[in-house]
Design a protein around this ligand. Structure first.
Ligand code: SF4
Length: 291
């Protein structure tokens, strides 16, 4: 049926391993959004959360985009306030509104540029504005701020509930137990956790970094869905994950829902045309500056 319809399945690293296996491409949100614009298939099935389906639809308005389960929704994507954006624009003459790609289409429509965890520092450095309102994630915003002391980064009070709950004590326990363990963490974690990491980077960055290292034991401080990609690429290495490091929204996706989505054309993504026209600007700006 997938072949008949000429559909392509894209999956985020955080979805269930079985879904990753059935997908044509697996990657992080930036990779998948970028890839989607280059594919010829008229139908794209996004195995990920809501904002990912929205971003792909905005970038590919002529294609049919489907979500495996539209109820799977990143809570952080909604932790930003449009009123706050409007107010801050009035307050500063020289400000850029920078949104993490993990945000709703409506929020993107009010921003100047989108970023991902892999290109955020690079893009913020290139902006001419001195004042930056970064949203929704305060942890990623604080991490970026360390690399751009010349900018005034104003943080929004959002966070990823999955990464934000990790405590430094959990990392210490692994450090005590495995003396030579190498700790790789995602910048959506709090600073007190990132301070204990040997490497900080996006999911893609973490996966690629392992390749450069001789260590045998790795503590991966991000969602446990990347385990399958790590095992596939590095079968001789040992990966440890913190208990309960699971995004329940990503795990709402099942193989049955994926099959239904393709067979029954379930869950097509529609984005309000006016919002889509505005939201494509920060996404295109990200593609341009992120190169
Ligand atoms: S892991 Fe966090 S940021 Fe990613 S989709 Fe889940 S809640 Fe959102």
């Amino acid at each position: 049926m997938k072949k008949e319809k000429d559909a392509v399945i894209l999956a985020h690293y955080y979805v269930d391993e079985e879904i990753q296996k059935l997908s044509d491409y697996v990657g992080d949100s930036f990779f998948l959004a970028q890839l989607a614009t280059k594919l010829e298939n008229p139908i794209i099935v996004m195995a990920g959360v809501n904002f990912m389906g929205e971003s792909i639809k905005i970038l590919n308005p002529d294609k049919k985009v489907y979500l495996v389960d539209p109820k799977a929704d990143c809570p952080m994507a909604r932790m930003a306030d449009i009123k706050a954006i409007e107010n801050i624009r009035k307050e500063y003459d020289d400000i850029a509104i920078v949104s993490y790609i993990n945000s709703t289409a409506e929020i993107k429509a009010h921003c100047d540029v989108c970023v991902t965890s892999s290109n955020a520092v690079n893009i913020v450095k290139k902006l001419k504005e001195k004042n930056i309102f970064f949203l929704p994630d305060k942890n990623l915003g604080a991490y970026i701020a360390e690399f751009v002391p010349e900018k005034n980064i104003i943080l929004n009070d959002g966070y990823c509930p999955v990464h934000n709950k990790i405590s430094p004590q959990q990392i210490w326990e692994y450090r005590k137990k495995y003396k030579d363990i190498y700790v790789l963490a995602h910048p959506e974690c709090q600073k007190s956790v990132l301070d204990l990491a040997d490497y900080i980077g996006s999911t893609k960055g973490i996966i690629e970094k392992v390749n450069e290292l001789d260590s045998k034991d790795f503590l991966i401080v991000t969602e446990e869905g990347i385990k399958s990609e790590l095992k596939k690429r590095y079968p001789d290495k040992k990966f440890h994950f913190l208990e309960d490091f699971t995004c329940k929204d990503m795990k709402m996706l099942t193989v049955e829902k994926l099959i239904d989505c393709i067979e029954k054309d379930n869950n097509e993504v529609f984005v309000d045309e006016k919002i889509a026209k505005l939201a494509i600007k920060p996404l295109n700006m990200m593609m341009k500056l992120g190169e």
